[in-house]
Design a protein around this ligand. Structure first.
Ligand code: CA
Length: 529
């Protein structure tokens, strides 16, 4: 054989570079590299908790901190704008990465002014502020700029808002409002606000201190249900403001529901409400809770992230807490409502109308939990694929892995799930699929071989591809040439690494971050353009 025939720039094994721009991924393959802005989006939505299948969480955190350092110097305004955008639009399931990124930016001189000015928009609750304070101390001292930013957080609110934050979010991570007021020394000419600060600092309840403070104090001393329910009604107390004894009373939760529980709090308390008998199969508060859970308007206003709904749906349906504390018998109507809420939480998604092939990487590395949440990358991918199936009239979903035994020669098979199947059931199907090596070219190779007409390939993966004898971007080019269809490829990245199978120079390929709540809309926009 002529060894010169062996060299090809058109079909390259994934274990070799197909392009000088490619870098080695963690699995022994070569992929393209994301730019820092795309990496920032992955970090903000996916976080680094738990690391990846290949890389520990500390190494992944350091890697992402390097991205933040570069952006803070090269494009500080862009860095802060993206943090604000992802945070305020509710596009990430957790606020920690945004608060961390903001704290980090606040420690780098080029970015500090913009970062500190954005503090009230990103730290919207007392808990957010405490998390920020903890992170920021890792990188800088309490200089004047930081003290003023924290003081402004308090002085730009009215006394009612500060008092509410102070009784609802009292401490976290070793921080309290008293600690922050002592450091920041906010000065105000508003008497009610000044007295509220005095109450937080020294416990003095002046005449102008908002009434919720006395309501909160009375609730701590009360021992009977009638007093608690009256205080909830009179002062609008939230569950966080009540003592543990009160939270074991069904009548207290009835009163909390009467006064209107926030969407996220309601979602988290469903197991407890069920255990206490507030949500029976028939009657009780079940019908109205179902209505609230599935209210698209309320989901949007409360910035409820679909991944958090997904986790709540699965936890609730399992009848036991992930932390092993407590069991309950799930009420089917509530489990179904959470299922509907998952889809509703994405907001109104327009279909692209394109022929769409969804390829979920179900290889071994996708079986690791992501973002420190009780969900694996393959499960989250399958749930995202379900949303596309519910949106696109012409779409089909496949699971792929470069498995050698059992799957025959295709190594790609229909996922066998549909939006009509409840999430917890659908995820069980995904979990039962055989694991294997990774070849992200398989969707394009398969479509070409089987003569499938595809306008948009969507591949959900950690981009740790290595097993194929052709790179994914080469397989896409072959598919386009063979069919004459100018097919596009959307890569939904499920880990916050810098790897992507998408060629950044090809306008027909796009990389998006997997936990971004805007994923379905981003796919539609790109596919339909
Ligand atoms: Ca893999």
């Amino acid at each position: 054989m002529d060894v010169l025939n062996w060299i090809s720039s058109r079909r390259t094994p994934q274990s070799e570079k197909a392009d000088p721009r490619q870098v080695a991924n963690s699995a022994g393959g070569y992929t393209f590299e994301l730019d820092d802005h795309a990496r920032l989006r992955r970090f903000l939505t996916l976080g680094v908790d738990g690391g990846t299948y290949y890389v520990g969480d500390r190494a992944l955190a350091l890697d992402n901190a390097a991205v933040l350092t570069r952006l803070a110097v090269d494009d500080p305004e862009g860095l802060v704008a993206t943090i604000v955008e992802i945070s305020t639009q509710g596009r990430a399931p957790k606020q920690n990465p945004a608060l961390f990124a903001l704290a980090y930016a606040a420690s780098i001189p080029e970015a500090a002014p913009a970062a500190l000015a954005a503090l009230p928009r990103v730290a919207r609750t007392g808990t957010h502020l405490f998390l920020f304070a903890g992170y920021v101390e890792q990188f800088r001292g309490w200089g004047r700029g930081l003290r003023r930013a924290v003081a402004d957080w308090y002085t730009t609110k009215d006394a009612d808002a500060v008092a509410y934050q102070a009784v609802k979010y009292r401490q976290r991570e070793g921080w309290s409002h008293r600690d922050l007021l002592r450091l920041a020394h906010p000065v105000t000419a508003v008497p009610a606000l000044r007295e509220t600060f005095e109450w937080i600092l020294r416990g003095q309840v002046g005449a102008e201190v908002p009434a919720i403070v006395s309501g909160f104090a009375a609730a701590q001393e009360a021992t009977d249900v009638a007093t608690w329910t009256r205080l909830i009604r009179d002062h609008g107390l939230a569950w966080e403001m009540l003592p543990d004894a009160a939270l074991n009373e069904a009548a207290v939760w009835d009163a909390l529901l009467d006064s209107g529980m926030p969407q996220t709090a309601l979602m988290r308390q469903l197991p407890r409400l069920t255990r206490l008998g507030v949500l029976p199969d028939l009657g009780g508060r079940t019908a109205e809770v179902v209505a609230q859970l599935t209210d698209a308007d309320r989901l949007r206003k409360a910035r409820v992230h679909p991944v958090n709904v997904l986790v709540a749906q699965r936890t609730y349906s399992s009848g036991r807490s992930a932390r092993g504390a407590g069991e309950w018998t799930p009420t089917p109507a509530i489990a179904d409502a959470l299922d509907a809420a998952f889809y509703a939480a994405f907001g109104a998604v327009q279909p692209s109308g394109k022929r769409t092939m969804l390829g979920v990487d179900v290889s071994g590395s996708m079986g690791s939990p992501i973002s420190g949440m009780p969900i694996t990358a393959r499960e989250a991918s399958a749930a995202l694929a379900l949303v596309q199936l519910a949106t696109e009239p012409s779409a089909a979903a496949y699971g792929f892995a470069a498995a050698l035994g059992g799957w025959g020669r295709t190594q790609l098979k229909p996922l066998g799930i549909s939006p009509r199947r409840r999430l917890d059931d659908a995820l069980k199907v995904i979990d039962a699929m055989p694991f294997g090596g990774t070849d992200c070219a398989l969707p394009m190779v398969y479509a070409a071989r089987e003569g499938l007409e595809v306008d948009t390939f969507v591949v959900y993966t950690d981009n740790e591809t290595w097993a194929g004898n052709v790179h994914p971007h080469q397989a896409l080019r072959d598919y386009r040439e063979q069919t004459g269809i100018p097919a596009k490829l959307v890569v939904v990245g499920m880990t916050s690494t810098g790897f992507s199978i998408a060629d950044p120079n090809d306008a027909g390929m796009l990389d998006i971050a997997g936990f971004d709540a805007a994923v379905p809309n981003l796919i539609t926009e790109f596919a339909g353009a």
